[in-house]
Design a protein around this ligand. Sequence first.
Ligand SMILES: [Zn+2]
Length: 530
Amino acid sequence: MQKFFLYARKSTDVEDKQVLSIEAQLSELRAIAKRDELEIVEEFIEKRSAKVPGRPIFEEMIRRIEKGEAQGIICWKVDRLSRNPVDSGKISWMLQQNIIQKVITHDRVYLPQDNVLIMSVEFGMANQYIRDLSVNTKRGLRAKARQGIYPSVAPLGYLNDVRNKTIVIDRKKGPMVRKAFEMYAENKYNQEDITNFLFKNGIQSRLIRRPDATGGKPLKRDQIKWILENPFYYGNFYYSGEVWEGRHKPLVDKKLFDRVQDVLKLRGKTRKPELNPAVFCGLLSCGECGCSITAERQKGHIYYRCTKKKGKCSQPFTREEILDSQFSAILSELVLPSEWAIELNKMLDKDEMEITHSAAASIQALRADIMEINSKLARITDLFVEQDIERGEYLDRKKALMSEKKSVEEQIHLLERDAARWLEPMRKWLIEASCLAEAAQSNDLPSRKSYLQKIFGSNLTLHSREARGTPQNQWFYLHQAKSELSELGFIPSMVPGVGIEPTRPCGHEILSLARIPIPPPGHKAILTIA
Ligand SMILES: [Zn+2]
């Protein structure tokens, strides 16, 4: 059976600010091991940055893997193992030599035949930084959920105890909610009666802190249903599609809750309006209340609307055709002008050449090291033959030198093969960005959606029938560069396909596209098409 080392790392550096705490990493990783029935022989915990080689715990782990104490590593993400090419190279190399047979992370398994590790680390640093940020934040919330604390706003009848970071019963409203359950379980009242009962007892829709807000009305029927169906009230809660055991005090017991479910089924009148799976579902959230946007078919048209799960929301319906034309315009704005693509490719070529050159220089230096090790080996052999040193000492020194030689050889091999590989994702992106024009203009809605997801992640909102969003990663910089240059009059037209004059500053401006992974804090370029 394969044995695994568990490796958790979090530094105090800014780069790790959003990373799961060591504790949370450990619990996630142990859960993975348990799920996959993996044997963990030891847990390694490191509090250092992985930007530069030379982490003591990591090195110790590697040494012990070389000794055969374990055949695999479990870690949260590969960037926990390494953020520098030397350590990434080492891991990659050990994978290919089958010394490490598996690297298991929360979302994938790296096997010996994979040579994407370097790429994922290098690329992971730049391109997917923002995506990871959000995943990690979500994981942090999951860790909270695992502790039994609902990581969100307390439902009606409960309050968030901010100081103790727990959820407690609202002494005024809690009993009213329990009463509502009891009433409904009797099967004598409908949901409207419950609404009125709660309203009479001071429970009303939440007041929104806005001048034109209308709060203070009776709860809506679907809000009542949501309360009656929420397992939170008997002690469990849903979070990110999973049920968790809560640590909060239940307001109703399971028996009462189940009776209410029976009555709900029996009455079953509150059928939701029929939902049709429409292509842009799951892409947008409401710009007013933050709920997700769903679709509904009416009179042959598809309309998108807010699910209003959080209550009051004044947003109107939007027809699919209108939304789609906005999307197509948004994407058109992000098409990479061909002149820029040429420029960027040139820069990449130059980088690749430089990397290859400097790799060649390093290889030369490493070859010199090997020659020196060889001559040292020859010298100690002479000393041994002349009986100037003991056999034990000779063997020790020989072993040390051989091991050093092997490491140097591996480094040479890596440099020869992988030196410029991390540029590949960037090349891929260039092609993607250049091809965007087609996705923006064709009638292929699913492809439009997949581009939008790639570019905006979960940043797209719909407000007053207008889709907006902040593009992510390189797309953010591409958009920024394009709008800056168009303000300066360098780009006469944003329409793709139309010839764009080659611009002198572009080579320089674009640099920031590829090299700076994160938008500056507070800086928001919102793309909106009226
Ligand atoms: Zn809304």
